[in-house]
Ligand binder design. Structure first.
Ligand SMILES: [Fe+2]
Length: 384
C-alpha cells in the first residue's frame, strides 16, 4: 500500500495581507486549516508547495555542499566545534549515534511495526556514517541567554573558493527554507485553534539551523546501508528541500507504513516533519515523526545515473535540511487545550488497534527549550 502525504499550499497564505477576510475565508473554504492540523496530527508530516522557493537556489546550495564535503578530512576538521556540542560548523562521520537503539519507547515503536515496514536494523548502536554542517540562521536573542553554546557564532570555511560562495549561498537557501517553515508553523497554530503567531513568537530567537548532511556514496553507496538510523528530530519542525538521491523514509503516524519520500517531479515543494519540541508543546497531540536515511534501490539507480551524467562531480548525497527551533530560553510547557485533546485522542485510541505509542501516557515535563535540547544532545553523543 502506498500512502500519499497531504500537500499544503503556502502561496495564498503568504501572498495576501495577514488575517485578511479573503485569506481566512479562502483557507476555510479550501479546508486548509483543518486539513493542515489534521495532516500533522495524523501523519506528523506533509508536503508544502511554496512558489517563493527556487529550485535553482537549492541546486546552487547542493553544489556548494558537495564541493565542501569533497575536501580532505584535515580541512574539514578545522571547522569542527566539539566544545560547542557541534551546534555550529561541521560534524564528521561516525560521531552522532541514533538514540533509538538504546531508547525503550523507540524500540517499542519498531516492535509494533509489521516486520516488512520496519527500519533497517539499528541494534548495533553504531554512529551514523554521515557528516553534517550546522549554519545558524536567526536573530540573536536581545537578552542574555542561559544557553550561549546553542547560540554561538557561525563557522565559515577557510578555503578561498568556498569561503567566497559560502555565506551568500547558505543565507539565501536557508532564508527560503526558514520563511517556508515559519509559514507552516503559523498555519499549524491556526489549525490548532491558537493565534497565528503562537509558535513563531515562541521561536523568534530560536537557534534555527540550516543542517545539510553529507554521505560519501563511494564508501557508503551499497544497498541497505544506513546513512542516518531511525530517529525523530529534537527541534520543532524540520523542513527538507529536494535531495539529488532518494533514501529518506518516513513513518507517518497511525499508518504503520514506511514511506519513501518522493517529491512531485517539478515545482517548488518541501517536506515538513514534526519534531520533539512540537510534540512537547502540544502535549503529544502532534507526535514527532520517525525517519531514516538509507541507501535503497532507487538510491543505487540514481548513483549509477549520476556517475554517467556527472562523472566529474563528487559522489556525495547532500540532504537539504533545515531545523526550526523554539527559542532556547522559552519555557516549554504543554498548552492546556492541546494536552486535553491529546488525552482524549489517547483514550479513543485505546479501543482501536492503534499502535502502542498512541495509547501511552507520556509525561511532558516543563523545562526550558535549551534544557530539552541539551538532554537530547546527550542521548545522541554530541554532548558530554
Ligand atoms: Fe532527522
Amino acid at each position: 500500500m502506498s500512502v500519499a502525504l497531504p500537500v499544503i499550499d503556502l502561496d495564498l497564505f503568504s501572498s495576501q495581507p495577514r488575517e485578511s477576510p479573503a485569506v481566512i475565508s479562502e483557507c476555510k473554504r479550501a479546508r486548509m486549516y483543518p486539513r493542515y492540523s489534521d495532516a500533522l496530527i495524523t501523519f506528523g508530516a506533509l508536503l508544502v508547495h511554496d512558489s517563493r522557493v527556487s529550485e535553482e537556489d537549492n541546486s546552487v546550495f547542493l553544489d556548494l555542499l558537495e564541493d565542501y564535503f569533497a575536501q580532505p578530512e584535515p580541512d574539514l576538521k578545522r571547522d569542527e566545534r566539539p566544545e560547542l556540542s557541534y551546534q555550529v560548523g561541521v560534524t564528521l562521520e561516525n560521531t552522532e549515534k541514533p538514540k533509538c537503539a538504546v531508547d525503550e519507547p523507540c524500540l517499542r515503536v519498531i516492535a509494533s511495526l509489521d516486520p516488512a515496514e520496519r527500519p533497517l536494523d539499528i541494534a548495533g548502536h553504531q554512529p551514523d556514517p554521515k557528516c553534517r554542517f550546522f549554519w545558524r540562521l536567526g536573530e540573536q536573542p536581545p537578552y542574555p541567554t542561559q544557553y550561549p553554546g546553542l547560540n554561538a557564532p557561525n563557522v565559515v570555511p577557510e578555503v578561498g573558493s568556498l569561503k567566497l560562495r559560502w555565506e551568500p549561498t547558505m543565507q539565501k537557501w536557508g532564508t527560503s527554507m526558514k520563511n517556508a517553515v515559519e509559514g507552516v508553523a503559523q498555519m499549524a497554530a491556526l489549525g490548532l485553534g491558537l493565534s497565528r503567531e503562537t509558535f513563531t513568537d515562541a521561536g523568534r530567537y530560536g537557534p534555527h539551523l540550516l543542517a545539510p548532511t553529507a554521505s560519501d556514496l563511494v564508501k557508503y553507496g551499497e544497498e541497505d546501508t544506513i546513512l542516518a538510523g531511525f530517529h525523530t528530530d529534537l527541534n520543532f519542525l524540520t523542513i527538507h528541500g529536494r535531495s539529488r538521491y532518494p533514501g529518506l523514509h518516513i513513518w507517518a503516524r497511525n499508518t504503520g507504513k514506511r514511506i519513501p519520500v518522493r517529491f512531485p517531479p517539478t515545482g517548488c515543494y518541501l517536506l515538513v516533519q514534526a519534531g520533539k519540541q512540537l510534540e512537547h508543546i502540544t502535549g503529544g497531540l502532534i507526535k514527532a515523526g520517525y525517519h531514516e536515511v538509507v541507501v535503497n534501490k532507487s538510491s543505487v539507480e540514481t548513483i549509477k545515473r549520476r556517475m554517467k551524467e556527472f562523472p566529474n562531480r563528487p559522489l556525495i548525497r547532500i540532504s537539504s535540511t533545515f531545523f526550526w527551533h523554539l527559542s532556547s530560553d522559552y519555557d516549554l510547557v504543554p498548552i492546556t487545550s492541546l494536552a486535553k485533546r491529546a488525552q482524549e485522542l489517547r483514550l479513543a485510541n485505546q479501543n482501536t488497534r492503534i499502535r502502542a505509542e498512541d495509547t501511552e501516557d507520556t509525561v511532558y515535563e516543563s523545562m526550558k527549550v535549551g534544557k530539552q535540547v541539551q538532554n537530547e544532545l546527550k542521548h545522541i553523543a554530541l554532548m558530554a
